[in-house]
Design a protein around this ligand. Structure first.
Ligand SMILES: CC(C)(COP(=O)(O)OP(=O)(O)OC[C@H]1O[C@@H](n2cnc3c(N)ncnc32)[C@H](O)[C@@H]1OP(=O)(O)O)[C@@H](O)C(=O)NCCC(=O)NCCS
Length: 194
């Protein structure tokens, strides 16, 4: 397969956890993406709207392929090993080159919520980011009305740093968000069991 950025910062290699595979998205994933992204509950606290037709999922796949090609911050598809279906995405929303920091975002099919899947995926992505990339700080933010996402961040060892008032304009209103982060030094301590 042609992978022009195989050695770039955002090379997005395939990663594995007990129940999941994280791999680059392909055009063939559009159907699976549409199956969960048409759910308004999944889209409620993210910056995209629930998809209305398969074409929107295809557009998303094309957008991601372009980002892989140009070595830009991008997402992995989350594959559930048990079904071999793509059931969510996790990846880099933003990269601050001056400060060696990234922001991570994610979403998961509603039928898998509260099974520990996103915690499993985020732990692996944090580990990969701090061991394979020259990154010092990983941030993530969630709407204050979406506490389960904050719980995922907390379970992965991220620290709640504060509330950013009306940081986002989402689905017609300004929303407060909670900012979480983990530093390379936090990760090293966690690894050493300190
Ligand atoms: C947020 C999301 C990624 C969580 O994924 P998940 O796989 O269900 O997360 P996990 O099962 O690993 O953990 C969820 C935790 O939240 C907790 N939780 C669920 N509802 C909660 C609520 N209303 N208040 C507080 N905690 C809650 C669960 O009990 C669980 O914690 P526990 O293990 O201590 O019991 C998933 O719900 C999702 O994709 N939502 C839609 C998209 C989205 O909001 N993305 C995040 C944008 S910031």
């Amino acid at each position: 397969m042609f992978t022009p950025n195989a050695y770039g910062l955002f090379s997005m290699p395939t990663l594995e956890t007990e129940r999941l595979i994280l791999r680059r998205i392909t055009m063939r994933d559009a159907k699976d993406i549409f199956a969960y992204s048409k759910d308004p509950e999944v889209a409620r606290h993210v910056l995209w709207s629930a998809q209305k037709e398969l074409g929107e999922a295809k557009d998303y796949c094309r957008f991601m392929l372009r980002r892989y090609h140009h070595d830009q911050p991008s997402s992995w598809g989350i594959i559930e090993k048990a079904t071999n279906r793509l059931v969510g995405t996790i990846g880099y929303m933003d990269y601050n080159e001056d400060n060696n920091s990234v922001e991570i975002g994610y979403s998961l099919a509603r039928w898998l919520w509260n099974g520990g899947y996103m915690t499993e995926a985020l732990r692996r992505v944090i580990e990969y980011t701090f061991t394979a990339m020259d990154i010092n700080r990983i941030e993530a933010q969630h709407e204050i009305t979406n506490p389960s996402s904050g719980r995922v961040m907390e379970k992965c060892g991220m620290t709640r740093e504060g509330i950013l008032r009306q940081r986002l304009f989402n689905k017609g209103k300004y929303v407060d968000v909670v900012l979480y982060a983990i530093l390379q030094s936090d990760f090293d301590k966690m690894k050493d069991g300190k």
